[in-house]
Design a protein around this ligand. Structure first.
Ligand code: MRU
Length: 346
């Protein structure tokens, strides 16, 4: 009997001159694409988590700049740039921690400069950003999988196809590692409060037929003490020049636990996630989201009345807790300023 490979998951689609986003808030129950032709509505979709994950929001923003150029140029072919800049500012403010959003918009702005008719050249660039992301993920999958020992891995949040243009960063390594026979089981943190692990990572791995067990974040220490997990593998929203890593809240705690239990800790992120201007993690802005996300679950209030909530959605893992940073340009073991600069050839 032959089984065909599962269809690749595509969270972002450009079709019929519009942007289509798989509404990740509705997964795994409903697979619904929403379509967009207004960049301000795309910015709201990024803020409201229709699409999330650092590379995915970068690719989304790249296509949103095409929509911005189209409407501003149609309104005034002579003076479209001022309104275009306002749209870019709205997009970049949608989520502050993921540097890919900023990176993609800067790259698109550079292409728009000097373009007489901006839409065609911007569309070509947005497609290139999307394609490069998938290519980078495949390369990182190979490089990261080569580091693995046989056994289980633990991942946090969703750094999969849904968080990128396709294949995933941490889940790219996991997909490749499973195909190579180096991973026998995946453990996934449920990832409060948005449940990216329970809803998205579990859905992706089930889609690919990779055996997965879900756990509450609070169970991670007990799991790592059992000894079967060899690597913790996560993505990143921003990596500072010294290797400090901002990623989903709870990542730092996992890194501390991994070091305590002799489990290795891998961060998988394309070079577009590295912010060379941030000398260390203290310079990375951490997004705070509404308290209601912690006070409830799936739209249902669960906390006792009168209590407040603290909801930073990312934390910073110090570089010295990271054993390997996997990028598409190579692996940095025990990341440092020098190792990261070497990726950029300087
Ligand atoms: O709040 P989210 O769901 O956008 O957070 C996503 C993460 O923290 C991911 O780990 C990170 O963006 C890397 S995605 C390849």
């Amino acid at each position: 009997m032959t089984t065909s490979a599962p269809e690749p998951i595509r969270p972002i689609v450009w079709r019929d001159n519009r942007l289509w986003l798989l509404d990740q808030r509705q997964l795994p129950e409903h697979e619904i694409y929403l379509d967009y032709d207004d960049p301000e509505v795309v910015a709201a979709a990024i803020r409201d988590m229709v699409v999330r994950g650092a590379p995915a929001i970068g690719v989304t923003a790249a296509y949103a700049t095409v929509l911005a150029a189209r409407r501003r140029y149609a309104a005034d072919p002579e003076r479209w740039r001022c309104g275009f800049e306002n749209d870019l500012a709205t997009l970049v403010a949608a989520r502050p921690t993921a540097i890919n959003l900023h990176w993609a918009i800067e790259r698109m702005r550079g292409i728009a400069t000097g373009a007489a008719d901006p839409e065609p050249v911007l569309l070509k660039e947005a497609r290139a950003i999307e394609d490069e992301d998938v290519t980078a993920n495949r390369a990182m999958g190979r490089l990261g999988a080569d580091l693995l020992d046989n056994g289980a891995v633990l991942t946090h949040c969703n750094a999969g196809a849904l968080a990128t243009a396709g294949f995933g960063t941490a889940l790219g390594v996991i997909r490749q590692g499973y195909a190579d026979g180096r991973i026998d089981h995946v453990f996934a943190d449920e990832t409060r409060p948005w449940m990216q692990g329970a809803r998205l990572t579990a859905w992706e791995l089930a889609h690919d037929g990779i055996p997965t067990t879900l756990l509450c974040e609070g169970a991670a220490a007990a799991l790592l003490r059992e000894g079967h997990v060899k690597w913790v593998i996560v993505g990143a929203d921003r990596v500072a020049a010294n290797g400090d890593v901002a990623n989903k809240i709870g990542t730092y705690g996992l890194a501390v636990l991994a070091r305590h239990h002799g489990v290795r800790f891998m961060v998988v992120a394309p070079t577009s996630t590295i912010d060379r201007a941030a000398t260390d993690g203290t310079q990375i802005p951490i997004e705070q989201r509404p308290a209601a996300e912690v006070l409830g679950c799936a739209g249902q209030r669960i906390a006792a009345p009168g209590v407040e909530a603290w909801n930073p959605v990312f934390d910073v893992t110090p570089a010295d807790l990271v054993d390997a940073l996997v990028t598409e340009r190579g692996v940095v073991i025990s990341p440092s300023c020098e190792g990261i600069e070497a990726l950029f050839g300087s």
